[in-house]
Design a protein around this ligand. Structure first.
Ligand SMILES: [Zn+2]
Length: 309
């Protein structure tokens, strides 16, 4: 699932390409994608993009007249960009058939933004809402780690007693952090994914706060450098530079011991026993149960959380 670093870099790339551009035409190929009927999607056409904003893991495109396109890529949704010259070269026949470029296409004078989703499950969503108030309903309420101080971070972390893995990835507690970067943050902080938040010492909370900021900053810089002047086309949760996420059985870059995993439902958390759990190999079955019990809803349900109006 695209998380904070991916979303930030997507937004920067979009800013360079569509800010102050007129959205000429929207094509929706999948009936599952667009979750709103009012206002009609055609009402977004002809409007200028005046702001781009991240809301948790959502990408929000602000248009004139206080309209907002709200995109949640969920797990397999990805954005793509084609320069206007290349779109024109492929001819108007292609333009007529949105399914050729995935679930949706947004046409600008400068080029075409398209959305694809790998696999067969249609989880990615698009909403068109009218007004800032309506937009705020999509904010699950997670703390922005770069706007918080260590004290505010600690208070939010300990507002309920959860495992660290759950607390970091709950969009109602923290903004923009998901399965991949929570693994990396916990490895950086040398904390166990199943440590309980209310049992952490002040020193551990401070360490986690710093590690969260450092990890997200480092990855945002890395992804920004990788995209360069191009559009970020290689968005993935599994990267060779990661320390533990997706590295089950491989060597921990800090101590060289094998990275382990705990599987629960469709998820997996990766950690280094030497660096994070005092050398203890956590028994997969019991911990799966613990982690599952700490998720009263599925991760997907949590992502869909909206505030009451
Ligand atoms: Zn290690």
């Amino acid at each position: 699932m695209p998380e904070f670093p991916d979303i930030v870099v997507y937004l920067e790339a979009l800013e360079q390409r569509v800010l102050h551009q007129t959205l000429q035409r929207v094509q929706i190929a999948s009936p599952f994608l667009l979750r709103t009927a009012v206002p009609p999607i055609t009402s977004a056409e002809g409007k200028e993009v005046i702001e781009l904003r991240r809301l948790g893991k959502r990408i929000c495109i602000g248009l004139e007249d206080d309209q907002w396109l709200v995109l949640h890529l969920m797990i397999a949704g990805r954005l793509h960009w084609k320069e206007a010259a290349k779109v024109a070269a492929r001819g108007s026949r292609v333009q007529a058939k949105a399914s050729k470029f995935g679930l949706a296409a947004f046409h600008f004078k400068s080029g075409m933004l398209s959305l694809t989703e790998a696999g067969t499950q249609r989880r990615a969503s698009l909403h068109l809402v009218q007004s800032e108030n309506e937009l705020q309903r999509f904010d699950p309420g997670g703390l922005e780690v770069f706007e918080a101080d260590p004290q505010g971070f600690g208070e939010r972390l300990q507002s309920a007693n959860h495992t660290l893995k759950r607390a970091l990835t709950d969009p109602r507690l923290f903004s923009g952090i998901g399965n991949a970067y929570s693994d990396e943050v916990l490895w950086h902080a040398q904390l166990s994914p199943i440590a309980l938040t209310q049992k952490l010492s002040a020193a551990e909370i401070k360490r986690l706060f710093n590690s969260t900021r450092e990890t997200l900053t480092r990855w945002t810089d890395l992804l920004r450098a990788e995209a360069g002047a191009g559009f970020p086309e290689k968005v993935t949760a599994f990267r060779p530079e990661m320390a533990v996420h997706g590295k089950y059985g491989e060597a921990c870059p800090r101590c060289g011991n094998k990275v382990q995993r705990i599987r629960y439902a469709a998820n997996e958390t990766n950690y280094c026993p030497t660096c994070q759990t005092a050398g203890k190999l956590l028994a997969d079955r019991a911990l799966s149960r613990l982690l599952r019990a700490d998720w009263p809803r599925t991760a997907e349900e949590l992502e869909g959380v909206k505030r009451d109006p």
